[in-house]
Design a protein around this ligand. Structure first.
Ligand SMILES: Nc1ncnc2c1ncn2[C@@H]1O[C@H](COP(=O)(O)OP(=O)(O)OP(=O)(O)O)[C@@H](O)[C@H]1O
Length: 236
């Protein structure tokens, strides 16, 4: 059984002028346990939309997303939240760190939704990422690269089986970007987590054995606009 299986996944948004833009129309995509895959796609091609749908943050219009065989559509919102906490670590494009909390607290707070706070493991992860002497620093007291590494530690804190990473190195200079990527891949490998990373940066994509071009698996790649059309439920 694949770790992640998408079938006939569709998502549209309603634009401010009322037209409907089909952003995702993905007949099939699968990811195996512990597999590391990069997904390429230009800006606006639907990468974040796809990751948010997989994470259960955004509800697709139709189709199925199976995580370890469980169809997210069959779950209530709270069940989806629980499954996400237990299964997925998410590195957001803009980090989403809590500014009022230290690096260590940013990592342990996320653990509250999983197996419970484990300061020792959180400290160990941060140390592995070169932040052992920055545990008590707040995000504003950290460089952008350090903030990014806190976000990586937070994504790994619950020992997820799937890490989703949205342009995780987009705010770093090329050298730091590759360093952070290598750390993320190494930690995922050690913890047996699969990695689905989206990027439009060729030097990042080239590090992966399997690179999937979103345009190749997405029939909506041309950004089909259905003038005046209405779509059920979730176009927003
Ligand atoms: N809530 C929304 N309402 C309407 N349109 C939206 C909404 N969210 C995203 N879109 C549109 O969907 C398309 C895909 O957006 P998405 O953020 O998934 O792209 P992306 O590939 O992650 O882009 P980037 O690489 O620039 O982050 C864009 O054209 C965007 O304008």
């Amino acid at each position: 059984m694949a770790l992640l299986e998408l079938r006939d996944l569709k998502k549209s948004y309603r634009a401010p002028d009322g037209t409907v833009q089909v952003v995702l129309d993905v007949p099939e995509f699968t990811l195996g346990a512990s597999e590391q895959v990069a997904m390429a796609g230009s800006s606006g091609s639907g990468k974040t939309t796809l990751l948010n749908a997989i994470a259960g943050i955004l509800t697709p219009d139709s189709g199925s997303i199976r995580l370890e065989g469980t169809d997210l559509a069959q779950l209530s919102e709270s069940q989806r939240d629980a499954l996400r906490a237990a299964t997925i670590g998410y590195v957001f494009q803009t980090f989403n760190l809590l500014q009022g909390y230290t690096a260590l607290e940013n990592v342990t707070l996320g653990m509250a939704f999983g197996p419970g706070p484990d300061r020792a493991f959180a400290s160990e992860l941060l140390a592995r990422l070169g932040l052992g002497d920055r545990l008590d620093y707040r995000p504003r007291q950290l460089s952008v690269g350090q903030q990014q590494r806190v976000a990586l530690a937070r994504a790994l804190a619950n020992r997820p089986r799937l890490v989703l990473a949205d342009e995780p190195t987009g705010n770093l200079d090329p050298v730091r970007a590759l360093e952070a990527l290598d750390m993320l891949r190494e930690l995922c490998g050690e913890h047996g987590a699969a990695l689905l990373l989206v990027s439009h940066d060729r030097s990042i994509l080239d590090r992966f054995e399997r690179v999937v071009d979103l345009a190749q698996i997405n029939r909506a790649a041309a950004g089909a606009v259905v003038a005046g059309a209405t779509v059920g439920g979730n176009a927003s």
